[in-house]
Write a protein that binds this ligand. Structure first.
Ligand SMILES: O=C[C@H](O)COP(=O)(O)O
Length: 327
């Protein structure tokens, strides 16, 4: 973990004597410092080919392989599950001597109505890969609280062990942080033993300060992860916003000793971007966060490009479409 730019977020960090409400109200984010830091991270040198491939395999193991479409069916969810179990072709892994390392994606992520399909497919394939379900009126969250809670309970009952909830942006934008905290606490309870990832929908929060506040509130309410976006907002995962969220995670850890995970999601499509995300996490939170337990990449099409790059590394040429059929 680097110790750069304390100035990015200013507030009194000795939170032992600050009440939670004061902690939230005193937050100010220095936009210019955040943007500079993001630029610096994007400008970092990418590791050489061999290390790059190792990093790409690491990225694969952190992917929540996602399908969130209106036309999802049991059959495309089934294909997604098979892809999650074997994300890189066996012969390619063999050439890198990685075939025995159990490389899978971190989870599959689907709509609540498709959880049972995913659980069934994974069970039939003898896999214990987690099924994550979006919930709470994803993506907008504009449905009554009881309906949102019901949705969480239904997804858990169908076998989801990870629930990606969306926050109530209306509460965030009107500064009702306590009400937002109360709602998230209720989602936490409805999740039971399932891991809860809290989607901030950063593209709709207006300011970095709101992003930081929402991050802290979400963590206080018991989130296991905070996640940038649904993938459905006009602006989704960006590096500056990730820096703000990572700083909140870091501060929360320093104050409570509790490690909360981070999940950028939405619009992450290229292998190159996945390397920048890994670099950002390494720089901002340290190596300890570089594992599926604390870092996920939420993405529907990223794996295809990573697979292409790995194929190129192994064979020296780019794959024809039919050579990576499930990508
Ligand atoms: O939670 C995951 C996102 O919905 C995925 O977004 P994407 O389709 O832009 O990769």
């Amino acid at each position: 973990m680097t110790s750069s730019s304390k100035s990015i977020v200013s507030f009194l960090s000795s939170c032992s004597w600050l009440s939670d409400r004061e902690w939230i109200s005193k937050v100010r984010v220095n936009t210019q410092a955040v943007l500079r830091r993001a630029q610096h991270i994007q400008g970092q040198k990418i590791p050489n080919k061999q290390w790059q491939t190792a990093w790409l395999l690491k990225a694969v193991t952190c992917i929540d392989l996602t399908t969130l479409s209106g036309d999802d069916t049991p059959s495309n969810v089934h294909r997604l599950c098979l892809k999650a179990i074997q994300p890189i072709r066996y012969d390619q892994l063999e050439k890198m001597d990685m075939h025995n390392k159990g490389i899978t994606t971190a989870a599959v992520c689907v709509y609540p109505s498709r959880v049972a399909d995913a659980v069934k497919s994974l069970k039939a394939a003898n896999s214990n890969l987690p099924v994550a379900s979006v919930a709470t009126g994803f993506p907008a969250g504009q449905v009554p609280l009881e309906t949102r809670l019901q949705e969480v309970r239904m997804a858990v009952a169908d076998g989801a062990t990870e629930i990606d909830i969306v926050i109530n942006r209306t509460l965030a934008l009107t500064g009702q942080w306590e009400a937002m905290y109360d709602e998230i606490c209720q989602f936490r309870e409805a999740c039971g033993a399932a891991h809860m990832k809290t989607i901030l929908a950063v593209g709709e929060l207006g300011t970095f300060t709101n992003v930081y506040k929402a991050s802290i509130v979400a963590m206080m309410a018991g989130s296991d992860f905070i996640k940038t976006s649904t993938g459905k907002e006009a602006v989704n995962a960006t590096y500056p916003v990730a820096i703000v969220m990572a700083r909140a995670i870091r501060e929360y850890f320093l104050c409570t000793g509790h490690k909360v995970g981070f999940k950028p999601a939405g619009g992450i499509r290229t292998a190159q971007e996945s390397l920048v995300w890994l670099t950002l996490i390494k720089e901002e939170l340290g190596n300890e966060w570089l594992c599926p337990h604390l870092f996920r990449l939420g993405a529907s099409s990223l794996l295809a490009d990573i697979e292409r790059q790995i194929y190129h590394y192994v064979t020296g040429q780019y794959a024809a479409f039919h050579e990576l059929p499930m990508a």
